[in-house]
Design a protein around this ligand. Structure first.
Ligand SMILES: Cc1cc2nc3c(=O)[nH]c(=O)nc-3n(C[C@H](O)[C@H](O)[C@H](O)COP(=O)(O)OP(=O)(O)OC[C@H]3O[C@@H](n4cnc5c(N)ncnc54)[C@H](O)[C@@H]3O)c2cc1C
Length: 493
């Protein structure tokens, strides 16, 4: 019989393989969730707004040096003086990322890497990926999340190139508040163990991810796992095939109101990155959720993959998601921009923030440089910097559905059955449509065709959707889909 490792054991495993710094990040994120449950629009510690004539330190101050660091050298390339403030060390990540080869193109288009350098960033490539729902079939797909990227190297190299372009880094500097005046914005930063000070910028980019006070999206995806060694390799369902990425897999039905999902991406020889996650409404994620999910991860892993699993590197986080059934995150004052996870413009269905963020670095850098050039003194926040795929108006409600599965024991299998019908339909539509949905490229018309085909396969879906979402949200969803279809035909602005 497997016993659940205690929270202390889960904490010890993270510390052992990730060090005290990584454990501190985990506990910081887990603590922030208490704040994320309440909708807040402001930091607590506000500096005075800069008046006219205040000396400007930087054109752009970026808060957060995680994946959004990819934007920074592109800003410097446009002649902007840029500072990055990171509460840990900028460019030091606790994650691994998967993406499709084509989605890496903006790294080259933005002038950050040469095309011939891209293969050096990849640690593995797969024949195909699969999705499989407990009690259902296995649905292969090509061209989705089929490249494993060395995230450590990608960001270390990005930081080196940013420094070479004159970007200033403030490591161990937490951003605690900001206030916009007509011509500049004051950003209050607190160095670890030191006194708070202000940096004055023309524009503030909030890239603090799920920990930002502006991360108000309605869904949250707690994710834990890491790079593991020791899992058995082979063709069996409970083994790792180094040529296959497991994109979405369940091995149980809904437990305690949550549908837990696995993801497994083979990496370097003998290694695989394995995650466990669930979708939830933001207000339902309690503080400490990541650590509890870690304890569950070790308990349930043998049901998913056999072998003597050893944690090589822990990776974890909260990924925000926006269902599009209510207002999305937006900057709350002038001279501010949201970038990356905090903006939650990535897919609410796959939560693939890496691919989405890559799509935004070139247009985002252009929009920020243009805003600084315009020197808008209206006090209006700068919206629309992050690319948003029209498809998300459709997939958002599906994500909300997964986040609120039926709780009754006799209905615990329903969500898996529905997802099996949906993915069986996608697979039957062909690889182009299937991959397009997972890469955020599907058109509204194809999405509607997919919904009708799924409903034909599982007619009870109508009742299930109304029961789980409620009539009001079903109405909003229908309106979003209709609006998108009309817009595509040029019948509505
Ligand atoms: C475990 C995991 C695996 C993932 N795998 C994939 C994948 O395979 N493919 C994919 O497409 N997407 C993946 N994602 C999503 C992807 O990692 C995110 O979308 C991406 O990291 C978002 O980048 P970001 O810069 O917005 O936030 P982050 O990368 O989270 O960076 C935010 C940074 O802000 C810092 N910070 C927080 N508060 C402050 C503060 N007050 N002051 C200063 N700094 C602060 C944090 O320390 C952190 O470094 C994964 C996410 C997780 C959690």
């Amino acid at each position: 019989m497997t016993t659940t490792p205690s929270l202390d054991e889960a904490r010890a495993r993270v510390r052992e393989q990730g060090g005290q710094e990584l454990l501190e990040r985990l506990e910081h994120l887990d603590g922030r969730v208490a704040d994320l449950r309440a909708t807040r629009d402001r930091d607590a510690d506000l500096p005075p707004a800069p008046g006219a004539g205040t000396a400007i330190d930087f054109d752009v101050v970026v808060a957060g040096g995680g994946l959004s660091l990819l934007l920074v050298p592109l800003l410097a390339d446009r002649g902007l003086r840029v500072a990055v403030c990171e509460r840990g060390q900028a460019g030091v990540v606790h994650r691994e990322w998967n993406v499709s080869a084509a989605e890496l193109r903006p790294l080259v288009e933005g002038g950050l890497f040469r095309a011939e350098e891209l293969p050096e960033l990849m640690v593995a490539a797969y024949r195909h990926g699969i999705c499989r729902w407990h009690g259902g079939g296995t649905y292969p797909v090509k061209g989705v999340l089929d490249r494993a990227i060395d995230a450590t190297r990608l960001l270390a190299e990005t930081r080196r190139r940013a420094e070479a372009r004159g970007v200033r880094f403030f490591d161990y500097h937490e951003v605690v508040g900001q206030s916009a005046g007509p011509s500049a914005i004051a950003v209050r930063v607190r160095p670890r163990g030191g006194e708070a000070r202000e940096l004055i910028a023309r524009l503030f980019v909030d890239a603090r991810g799920a920990a930002s006070p502006a991360a108000t999206a309605d869904l949250l995806c707690p994710t834990v796992g890491g790079v593991l060694s020791g899992l058995a390799e082979g063709p069996g369902l409970d083994e790792v095939d180094p040529g296959i990425g497991e994109i979405l897999v369940t091995t149980e039905h809904v437990v305690e109101g949550r549908q837990h999902i696995w993801e497994l991406f083979p990496g370097r020889a003998g290694h695989a990155t394995v995650y466990s996650f669930y979708y939830a409404r933001r207000e339902e994620v309690a503080p400490g959720a990541l650590l509890r999910l870690y304890a569950r991860f070790w308990q349930q892993l043998p049901r998913y993959k056999r072998g003597e699993a050893r944690l090589v590197r822990p990776t974890f986080g909260y990924i925000p998601g926006w269902s599009r059934l209510g207002p999305g995150p937006a900057p709350q004052q002038g001279r501010s921009v949201l970038f990356g996870d905090v903006a939650a413009r990535h897919s609410p269905l796959t939560f693939c923030g890496f691919g989405a963020l890559l799509r935004s670095i070139v247009p985002g850098a252009q929009a920020i440089a243009a805003a600084i050039e315009r020197d808008d003194r209206s006090g209006r926040p700068l919206a629309g910097v992050v690319a948003d795929a029209p498809l998300h108006r459709g997939t958002g409600a599906l994500s909300r559905l997964i986040a609120t599965p039926p709780r009754a024991a006799q209905q615990a299998h329903e969500l898996n059955a529905l997802l099996d019908a949906a993915f069986g339909t996608l697979h039957a539509l062909g690889n182009e449509a299937y991959a397009a949905l997972l890469r955020d490229e599907m058109t509204a018309d194809d999405f509607l065709r997919f919904l009708w085909a799924t409903a034909r396969r599982r007619p009870q879906v109508y009742a299930e959707v109304v029961r789980q979402l409620g009539l009001r949200d079903v109405g909003r969803w229908g309106w979003q889909l209709a609006r998108e279809a009309l817009q595509r035909r040029g019948l509505r602005r």
